[in-house]
Design a protein around this ligand. Sequence first.
Ligand code: GLN
Length: 495
Amino acid sequence: MTDLTNLGVAAIRDGVAAGSFTAVEVAEAFNANVAAAQEALNAFIVTTPEAAITAAKAVDADRAAGKPLGKMAGVPIGMKDLFATQGVQTTAASHILEGFKPQYESTVSAKLWQAGAGMLGKLNLDQFAMGSSNETSYFGNVISPWRRNDGGNVALAPGGSSGGSSAAVAARLCPAATGTDTGGSIRQPAAFTGITGIKPTYGRCSRWGIVAFASSLDQAGPMARDVTDCAIMLEAMAGFDPKDSTSLDLPVPEWSANLSGDLRGKKVGIPREYRVDGLDADVAKSWDDGIAWLKDAGAEVIDISLPHTKYALPAYYIIAPAEASSNLARYDGVRYGLRDLPDGSGLQDMYAATRAAGFGAEVKRRIMIGTYVLSAGFYDAYYTQAQKVRTLIARDFVRAFELCDVILAPTTPTASFGLGEMVSDPLAMYLNDVFAVPASLAGLPAMSVPAGLNAQGLPLGLQIVGKPFDEQGVLNAGLAIEARAAFTARAERWW
Ligand code: GLN
């Protein structure tokens, strides 16, 4: 039999439905890959092989009984450890939540199980989703399955914060995984590992039961091997949820049934501000390739301007920490996970000791920045200004979309880097998000598709940003690129 772990979401679902193989066989094959890679890649914080088998048995039984099967029937997936899973440890990769087993299930994960998916485990990530390299996890770094083509064995970053998700999909430990994207955390890791990921319009996927980072930006989405698989999985994840006050009350379109890479009549905008001085030569080349591919697909390519782009990163690194400092106030040693109660101490001491021991250095940095920019006296100088900038950035996009249907840009300024190369310089690390955060601040759908390899043999991604609610336009442009990039490279197995 073919190696089932080489199959993606659509192929597994259709194969299970057709009886070519059983869902249990699929779950067993992925469970074996997960176990074999755990020591080397550290992609999972917790593995749940029994949960995957139980879900698969239910799908096989439904099929035998002739019952209708869901959109994700028989597909085992990885769940980023930011989604609350009932009875299964949920940590956000932080010591402060170690041992926390939620009594409830996040809306998005519940929808995926409802659609017939099974859970292989909880995926590692940057602590509280803060980071771009998966080096801030309390549970250790995730190692990218990719290596440079120089014959060396430098451990590379899988990107972040959804680094466990990206590494697991790229290494064939799961056909797809959930991600969340606050300022690039689906797109940047997807680009670093040669996979596909989409952040839908803000509000498409419920935030209920997802550990909050920056609530006005947080959005869940799928990470998978191709555009079609992302479209299918997004259909299963999205939908109105009265439990999330910012949930979009709109029907979920049949994106996968309406995929078309024919872009005749469509206009693609190329934002001139993204062509920054000193742009990496391989990244610039892949952007040019993308432009040529979209023209080949029938699109008209035009120059556009997003004049406030250079203020996006500074605004993001005020707004996101501000919201995080408020959201993370709830970790006080009383309700969840860790409690540090020094002998003879009082309530305030317990808060302080728990938070000092429980949060990692990057999380503390964000809480301090966020508390500072929200403090009386500095609020107007920082937070109010950043909110104004956010409005200007959103307006840039509104104007651009009067001229074009989608925007094409690189996902990241460089390919993956070595673990340890950037951690000592937070600003250099933050710069990784420079192309990703504008769409986040504007709440727009945006995806990364693999576009090719750089001179070191590492994947590069192209980013497509769309109008609000136009995931279809984004997916279609992604499909047009996917068909022409013909990206078949994969990480050679060394683990
Ligand atoms: N890398 C960005 C940050 O550290 C984005 C993180 C995210 O999208 N969760 O904030």
